[in-house]
Design a protein around this ligand. Structure first.
Ligand code: ADP
Ligand code: MG
Length: 337
């Protein structure tokens, strides 16, 4: 079944088109991410699903039902906010049970269900504490337990790991994904962190200026970006516009190529690989790999990443050296603009 469907949805604030004609379909049980830079319309899209905002035009359906006129609390969705929005004066257990209290569930059932939720997020021992006596990661889990206690069919998460340090964030990514698999709930996950989106999602919508540039699996987004924006935002890529494409390959269709698909070679290979000559500008030794910045035709900067084995190229090259680059034609992704 389709969990959430947008049909040509826009949301305009004064003069800002926060969401500008978006259409998408999110399937039940999917881990779906909305990825994009700050201000690209992700939070507004999430708030439209939750019912905190109304579309200026277009239609939103939740499990096949027109959402217009349905208030937030009657939608089968719950939200985890970036700042967690926990009640500071309530115990952890009462925070988690809050959604059941609002529904009028009796005290004994509330307690049992809240304890089970805390157990699920590995906080069984912390029920009596106040949120202020927890670490950031633990508060994040309380917010998750609280949002899940009403068994929503869709969970909306707005940059839920943004306040955590890198190591904890990576651990929580693994936990969130495992939890989503176990519960089979649809997760709609907002982030500006491409690594986070790539590692957790079934599909990702890439947002830019209120529009969606591409919706695809992480692998497809990375290997076949449709637009220069996607190529640049998801991972690192060398984007050649029509002018530099003509200088390098003699055709003016813009294309992108990943740094790890370009080789630094001693002599032009005999295959029909693309061969480009340039000057080495800089080398960054990164341990298992090195990154090379090369000035190609017309000064076009090309980034190359190569694994450092026994034949480590960086050991025998200095900035200023002439280098020959080669890549296979099938490694290039032609783009529509
Ligand atoms: P993101 O979550 O991707 O950072 P938002 O959806 O929060 O982006 O915002 C998209 C655009 O809409 C931004 O330019 C933002 O300033 C604007 N915007 C969001 N909410 C409002 C509002 N309530 N009033 C006016 N402008 C808003
Ligand atoms: Mg936001």
């Amino acid at each position: 079944a389709t969990a959430v469907q947008f049909q040509d949805v826009s949301r305009v604030f004064d003069k800002v088109r926060a969401v500008d004609g978006i259409s998408l379909s999110i399937e039940e049980g999917e881990f779906f991410s909305m990825l994009g830079p700050s201000g690209s319309g992700k939070t507004t899209s999430l708030r439209l699903i939750a019912g905190f905002e109304q579309p200026s035009s277009g239609s939103i359906k939740i499990f096949g039902q027109e959402a217009a006129g349905v208030p937030p609390f009657q939608r089968d969705v719950n939200t985890v906010f970036q700042d967690y929005a926990l009640f500071p004066h309530m115990s952890v257990l009462d925070n988690v049970a809050y959604g059941l209290m609002v529904k009028g569930v009796d005290k004994k059932t509330r307690r049992e269900r809240a304890e089970a939720m805390l157990d699920m997020v590995k906080l069984a021992q912390y029920g009596e504490r106040k949120p202020s006596a927890l670490s950031g990661g633990q508060r994040q889990r309380v917010a998750l337990a609280r949002a899940l206690i009403n068994q929503p069919r869709v969970l909306l998460l707005d940059e839920p790991l943004g306040a955590l340090d890198l190591k904890l964030r990576e651990a929580m990514q693994t936990e969130l994904k495992a939890l989503q698999r176990k519960l089979g709930i649809t997760f709609i996950y907002v982030t500006h962190d491409q690594g986070e989106a790539l590692s957790m999602s079934d599909r990702i919508a890439v947002f830019n200026k209120g529009r969606i540039e591409q919706i695809d699996s992480p692998r497809a987004l990375y290997t076949r970006p449709h637009t220069p924006f996607v190529a640049d935002f998801v991972g690192t890529s060398n984007v050649f516009d029509s002018e530099s494409a003509r200088a390098v390959v003699g055709a003016q269709t813009p294309f992108s190529i990943r740094p790890e698909r370009i080789r630094i070679v001693d002599a032009a290979p005999a295959t029909d690989a693309v061969v480009v000559r340039g000057e080495l500008i800089d080398i960054h030794y990164l341990g298992s790999v090195s990154r090379y910045e090369v000035a190609g035709p017309h000064g076009k900067l090309i980034t190359v990443v190569q694994a450092n084995g026994d034949e480590e190229v960086s050991r025998r090259l200095e900035p200023g050296a002439p280098v020959t680059l080669a890549w296979e034609r099938h490694a290039m992704h032609l783009m529509t603009v």
